[in-house]
Design a protein around this ligand. Structure first.
Ligand SMILES: Nc1ncnc2c1ncn2[C@@H]1O[C@H](COP(=O)(O)OP(=O)(O)OP(=O)(O)O)[C@@H](O)[C@H]1O
Ligand SMILES: [Mg+2]
Length: 456
């Protein structure tokens, strides 16, 4: 379902377009001339505009020239009189996406519109994805000397092909650091391939890593290259390496020593052109002493060892990280970044963060999504942060309990959203407009407040 604008001075064409496209579920707005079209486009921000080139007031080319061309702008399909191909070409040069020549069949109209909407959807997905991936892997370097030391060491190690072992509690940023090492290495243009060693059974993991030949085991219907091959020229990130089974520990050791491997069921030896980065939140030294992890492999892996400190041991990093997450999540919500009030910042600094940076990110995402918007205060932070007050300064003995307040605010928001969705017949884009929100932000609210659309 999309929002479209049809701009044509011919009433019959406007009617056909509106009837056909409304029938397949789109919202269609109508303009009779170029000037009207411009106003309408600005107001409804359509996904697609069908634009007649010969119109009074302002012709189609003039409208095209005046329309924004940024990535999120609507796609334009121009409608031309039969036989005027040069005009259509000129329109495409001026930024139109496609054209329809009059007279056209209704089925052809539907086809051209569906194709254009698909293009727009793909473009938007790619754009959003690219932006998110970059923001998610961005490494913030706070003020703590421990982190500066680690990053300095990582930078020096990045230049070599040395294996690096990253350890630290869950959520301390091992993967973020691994990606930063890859990006700073001479393999940066090659792939970064991650494998989670805890997610698969030993057999599956073996074939996932090294690949397999056709018929190597039941179900191996065709030859499949493994992650080691996919990472050729780049970096192989072995996450949760502490969970690796003994048989695989032996195979991995061999690959590290000889820089060679074979696919499962294969006889051909291949070169392993990968740099290995490994992460674990398990204490490998203990696992070695209990015999669960091979000592020789452990020493091979920790040519360079980087231990990421828990967030509670580097409190100077909390404010800069908080600022980073607030701006990232506000940008994703299409809103200006709200400042963090000083008491709220102190509360963040005092908390123990058992889930480390991941927990901090979650708390701030929640504050952005559920908060009123212009300032993040202690009221936007979850209950568990208020509970711990070692020096008494933040003890909530003098403050009334907050559970009731948060629940009431969430309930009120749910009610407002449900109401708007109901009024707009479940149409999110229109409900968002009605509430003065962007559609992605509304979608996020719906998800976070766990609103079921059928409720509306
Ligand atoms: N230095 C940092 N700057 C910005 N964001 C960070 C930083 N460190 C961690 N994060 C964020 O915190 C979250 C957890 O980081 P990451 O996945 O790297 O942790 P991890 O140590 O691999 O955790 P686990 O052991 O649970 O896999 C991610 O969302 C990541 O973007
Ligand atoms: Mg991780």
């Amino acid at each position: 379902m999309a929002t479209l604008v049809i701009a044509d001075d011919d009433r019959a064409i406007r009617k056909i377009v509106r009837d056909r496209l409304t029938a397949v579920g789109h919202v269609v707005e109508v303009a009779e001339n170029g000037r009207e079209a411009l106003g309408l486009i600005e107001r409804v921000e359509p996904d697609l505009v069908l634009l007649d080139l010969q119109m009074p007031e302002l012709d189609g080319i003039a409208v095209l020239d005046k329309l924004p061309k940024q990535p999120g702008a609507p796609l334009i399909i121009v409608i031309t009189a039969h036989g005027s191909i040069e005009v259509a070409v000129r329109a495409m040069k001026a930024g139109a996406h496609d054209f329809l020549s009059k007279p056209f069949e209704a089925a052809h109209l539907e086809h051209v519109v569906a194709k254009a909407l698909e293009t727009r959807r793909l473009r938007r997905d790619v754009g959003v994805l690219r932006g998110e991936v970059e923001a998610r892997h961005h490494l913030v370097l706070g003020g703590s000397s421990r982190m500066r030391e680690i990053v300095h060491l990582a930078e020096r190690a990045a230049a070599s092909d040395a294996t690096i072992l990253l350890d630290g509690e869950s959520g301390t940023g091992k993967e973020v650091l691994a990606r930063a090492v890859h990006a700073a290495s001479r393999r940066a243009d090659g792939p970064f391939v991650a494998v989670n060693c805890a997610a698969l059974s030993a057999d599956l993991l073996e074939s996932e890593l090294f690949g397999h030949e056709q018929g190597a085991f039941t179900g191996a219907v065709r030859t499949k290259p493994g992650r080691v091959e996919m990472a050729a020229g780049g970096t192989l990130f072995l996450d949760e390496l502490g969970e690796l089974q003994p048989a695989l520990q032996a195979r991995l050791l061999r690959m590290l020593q000889e820089r060679e491997f074979e696919r499962v069921g294969g006889t051909r030896t291949q070169k392993a052109d990968v740099r290995i980065l490994a992460a674990t939140n398990r204490d490998l030294e203990t696992a070695v002493s209990t015999g669960e992890f091979r000592r020789d492999l452990y020493y091979r892996l920790k040519v360079v060892a980087l231990r990421l400190p828990p967030l509670r041991d580097r409190r100077e990093d909390i404010r800069p990280l908080a600022a980073h997450f607030l701006s990232r999540f506000a940008r994703e919500a299409g809103r200006p970044t709200p400042p963090l009030d000083d008491r709220a910042a102190t509360l963040l600094e005092d908390y123990a963060w058992p889930g480390n940076i991941r927990e901090l990110a979650n708390v701030l995402e929640r504050a952005i999504v559920l908060g009123a918007g212009d300032l993040i205060t202690v009221d936007d932070l979850p209950e568990e942060l208020h509970e711990r007050a070692p020096d008494g300064s933040n003890a909530n003995t003098s403050v009334p309990p907050r559970t009731g307040y948060h629940d009431a605010v969430a309930a009120a928001k749910r009610e407002i959203l449900r109401d708007a969705l109901r009024t707009e017949g479940g149409h999110q884009t229109r409900a968002a407009k009605r509430l003065g929100l962007t559609q992605p932000y509304l979608a996020r609210l719906i998800k976070n407040l766990q609103i079921k659309q059928e409720d509306g």
